[in-house]
Design a protein around this ligand. Structure first.
Ligand code: NDP
Length: 282
């Protein structure tokens, strides 16, 4: 068994990205990323701070636009539209979740698809399923980089995804399909889940239930990717996969922390860079 070191890969990719960014800045384009944070959700604050730190390290023009929890939907859409028109910003991200009075769908539809670095706009989702992606959601994009780095050949493999969210499960399926895997998406209504996951050469788990996947869900020699981020009773970060026992069965596995997480933020920056690059190369 080998462990996929997401932290090391993220550091390597960020170093490469810094070099590319320096070159782009010399050509007069500084990648610009604005993160819009509505309200005071504590988990969101941490995510946004991390994004800001990495963007700054890379030399991006990084702005966090904080708005009151009580902002009206119309005012939020107006702010997004301002950034859509502002050529200094190549990436716009609205941190989710949003307060209940704001319609998430409307917000995502308002972001210019060319600047939608999260890849959640329906146009970007559609392009991804067409096999012609523009912006790809960062978490599955990071997982694809891991497969590349660790020479995981996906062609003809049985890939099983547990979880069907728009941000992880569904785009993951599209990307695996594009690389010629045979893809199955499972969810909370799937019957005999274990029988399905046992068929997986590649198992991607994104459910948000700590240590749900135990060794008896996993085929010998499978590649196991754990997207989950959960807090256990002691407040420790744990994955959806019970690492200690699944690592005995898997051929390759991601840890939590230090697996998928660091790659997600790196891919967000990569997409911002790509969006900036396209402004002079497309
Ligand atoms: P969602 O809550 O949006 O989706 C969870 C999915 O898991 C749903 O499709 C749900 O099924 C399915 N599910 C829940 N329980 C079970 C079960 N017992 N058996 C089978 N399927 C089940 O979650 P996200 O996709 O947003 O996130 C999943 C996890 O990944 C979370 O822990 C989150 O924190 C983490 N995450 C980590 C990221 C990172 O960068 N490391 C990035 C994004 C998420 P149904 O649709 O039927 O309800």
């Amino acid at each position: 068994m080998a462990i996929i070191d997401g932290k090391a890969l993220a550091e390597k990719m960020q170093a490469d990205l810094k070099t590319k960014t320096d070159k782009l800045i010399k050509k007069g384009i500084t990648p610009g990323l604005v993160v819009i944070l509505v309200g005071e959700d504590s988990a969101s604050q941490v995510y946004v701070k991390n994004k800001e730190r990495v963007a700054n390290n890379l030399g991006f023009n990084s702005v966090v636009r904080r708005v009151e929890e009580t902002i009206s939907e119309a005012d939020l859409l107006k702010i997004i539209n301002q950034y859509n028109l502002d050529s200094q910003f190549h990436g716009i991200l609205v941190q989710l979740p949003l307060p209940k009075h704001i319609d998430e769908e409307k917000v995502l539809l308002t972001i210019d698809p060319q600047k939608d670095v999260d890849g959640f706009h329906p146009l970007n989702m559609g392009k991804l399923w067409e096999g012609n992606p523009l912006m790809i959601p960062s978490t599955p994009a990071g997982i694809m980089e891991m497969f590349k780095e660790y020479n995981v050949d996906l062609t003809g493999k049985n890939a099983v995804i547990v979880g069907r969210s728009n941000i992880v499960g569904k785009p993951m399926a599209a990307l695996l399909l594009q690389e010629n895997a045979t893809v199955t998406i499972t969810h909370s209504k799937t019957k005999d889940l274990k029988d399905v996951t046992k068929q997986a050469d590649i198992l991607v788990v994104a459910i948000g239930v700590g240590h749900f996947i135990t060794a008896d869900f996993v085929k010998n020699g499978a590649v196991v990717i754990d997207v989950g981020m959960n807090r256990n009773g002691e407040g420790k970060l744990i994955g959806d996969v019970k690492f200690d026992e699944v690592s005995e069965v898997a051929s390759l596995i991601t840890p939590v922390p230090g697996g998928v997480g660091p790659m997600t933020i790196t891919m967000l920056m990569e997409q911002t860079y790509q969006a900036a690059w396209r402004t002079i190369n497309d």
